[in-house]
Write a protein that binds this ligand. Structure first.
Ligand SMILES: [Zn+2]
Length: 377
C-alpha cells in the first residue's frame, strides 16, 4: 500500500463549500482512496508528499453529460449561428454521416483526445453517450468503444430519426435489435425528447424498453421549450433530466419531490445563442442541480468545466459555491454515484490542484487555465 500526502493546501474543499472548506489543510490518499483529511500542521506520515504550496484543492469535476463518440467538425454551423441563424436539432445528421464513415480507430482516437483534453481541465469522470451511429452496428460500436473510456456509458439510439428512415420503424429498431446489441456495453439509456427529435410517447417507449433491460434512464428535455418530458423523467425515476432550459412551475415541483437531478448545460446556450436556464429557481425549490459540458460537435464543443462554471455564475444565477458543487457532487448524483464528486474519507481520490488560492477563481478568472495538476485514483 502506498500513501500520498498532499500537504500545504491553502484552501481545501472536500464537498459542500459552505460546510467543508478549510484553510491550511492536508489530505492523505491510500490506494486511490481518501483516508485522512485534516490540518497541515498535524499530518500523518506518508510514502510520498506533494506540496500544494498554498493553492486550492477541489474534487475532480464529474461531467455527467457528453457526446464524445463522433467524427467530423461543424464549425461552419457555429459561424452561421453566431451570424444570426437559428439552432435546430437537424444538424446532428451531418455528424451521423461523418461518424458512420469513420473507422473504429479514428472514432476512438477522437474520443480519447477529448477525454484527455477534459482531464487536463479537471474532469476526472465522464459520462459518454452514443447517438451518432443510429444503425445497430454503428450504435453498438459506439457504446463498445466508449466502454473502454468510462463505466458511465449511455445508449442514445433515440437521438434523432436518421435521414430516410420511417419514424415508427426506427423506434421499433431502437427498442428492439439496437437496444439488445447496445445494452451489454451500457449503463444508461437516454432519449432526445424535443421538437425535431422524439415525441413524448416515443420517448416513453424508448426509456421503458431500456429500463426493462436493466439500464438507468436519463432524458434530454426542455432545451428548446417547455416539455412534458421533465415530468416523464421524474415519473420513470430517471437519474437526470438534462438541459432544463425552459421549466414550468409544475416541472420544478416534480423535480423537487424526486431523486431526479436537473442537469444544466449552459455551454449549449452560449454556443446556440439561446436563453440561459434559471438555476436560482431550481435552488430555491431544493432541486439537486448538476452542471455538465454536453461536449458535442454541434451545439457545445467544449470540454471545459471551468468555462461552464463561469457561465453558471455569470448567466444562471448560481453562486460560485453552488456552481462548484453542481460540477462535482451534482454530477455524481446525476450518475447515481457516491464514490466521486467529493473528497470525504473513503471517496475516490480524484483531486484537482488549482493555480489559485480559491475555487472562486474558476469564475473570477474566466478563460484562464487554472487547473495545475490532476490526481486520479
Ligand atoms: Zn446532450
Amino acid at each position: 500500500m502506498t500513501t500520498t500526502l498532499v500537504d500545504n493546501i491553502g484552501l481545501l474543499v472536500t464537498h459542500d463549500v459552505d460546510r467543508s472548506q478549510r484553510n491550511d489543510a492536508a489530505i492523505v490518499v491510500e490506494d486511490g482512496l481518501v483516508v485522512w483529511v485534516g490540518d497541515a500542521r498535524q499530518t500523518p506520515d506518508a510514502d510520498d508528499r506533494i506540496d500544494a504550496a498554498g493553492r486550492c484543492v477541489i474534487p475532480g469535476f464529474v461531467d455527467s453529460h457528453s457526446h464524445l463518440m463522433f467524427a467530423g467538425d461543424r464549425a461552419d454551423e457555429f459561424e452561421a449561428r453566431m451570424a444570426g441563424r437559428h439552432y435546430e436539432a437537424g444538424g446532428i445528421r451531418r455528424t451521423v454521416s461523418a461518424t458512420r464513415q469513420a473507422s473504429d480507430g479514428d472514432l476512438l482516437a477522437n474520443a480519447e483526445r477529448l477525454v484527455a483534453e477534459a482531464r487536463a481541465q479537471g474532469i476526472t469522470t465522464m459520462e459518454i453517450k452514443s447517438g451518432y451511429g443510429l444503425t445497430v452496428a454503428d450504435e453498438e460500436r459506439s457504446v463498445r468503444l466508449a466502454r473502454t473510456l468510462t463505466e458511465d456509458v449511455t445508449f442514445l439510439g433515440g437521438h434523432v430519426v436518421p435521414e430516410g428512415s420511417d419514424r415508427d420503424e426506427y423506434v421499433d429498431l431502437v427498442v428492439g435489435e439496437m437496444l439488445d446489441a447496445c445494452a451489454p456495453h451500457a449503463k444508461w439509456i437516454d432519449v432526445f425528447c424535443e421538437v425535431g427529435a422524439f415525441t413524448l410517447d416515443e420517448s416513453r417507449r424508448i426509456l421503458e424498453a431500456g429500463i426493462a433491460k436493466g439500464l438507468g434512464a436519463r432524458v434530454h428535455a426542455a432545451q428548446l421549450g417547455e416539455s412534458d418530458a421533465v415530468r416523464l423523467a421524474v415519473e420513470l425515476g430517471a437519474a437526470s433530466v438534462d438541459h432544463c432550459t425552459f421549466l414550468a412551475d409544475r416541472d420544478i415541483d416534480a423535480l423537487a419531490g424526486s431523486d431526479t437531478v436537473a442537469t444544466l448545460l449552459p455551454a449549449v446556450e452560449f454556443c446556440t445563442k439561446q436563453p440561459y436556464p434559471d438555476a436560482r429557481r431550481l435552488a430555491d425549490a431544493g432541486v439537486t442541480v448538476a452542471l455538465a459540458t454536453d461536449c458535442n460537435p454541434g451545439s457545445s464543443f467544449t470540454t471545459s468545466m471551468p468555462f461552464v462554471i463561469a457561465l453558471a455564475v455569470r448567466e444562471l444565477g448560481m453562486t460560485p459555491a453552488q456552481a462548484l458543487r453542481a460540477a462535482t457532487e451534482g454530477g455524481a448524483r446525476a450518475l447515481r454515484r457516491t464514490d466521486i464528486g467529493h473528497l470525504r474519507i473513503g471517496a475516490r481520490a480524484d483531486l484537482v490542484l488549482l493555480t489559485a488560492p480559491s475555487y472562486l477563481h474558476l469564475a473570477y478568472r474566466p478563460g484562464v487555465p487554472l487547473v495545475d495538476r490532476v490526481l486520479t485514483a
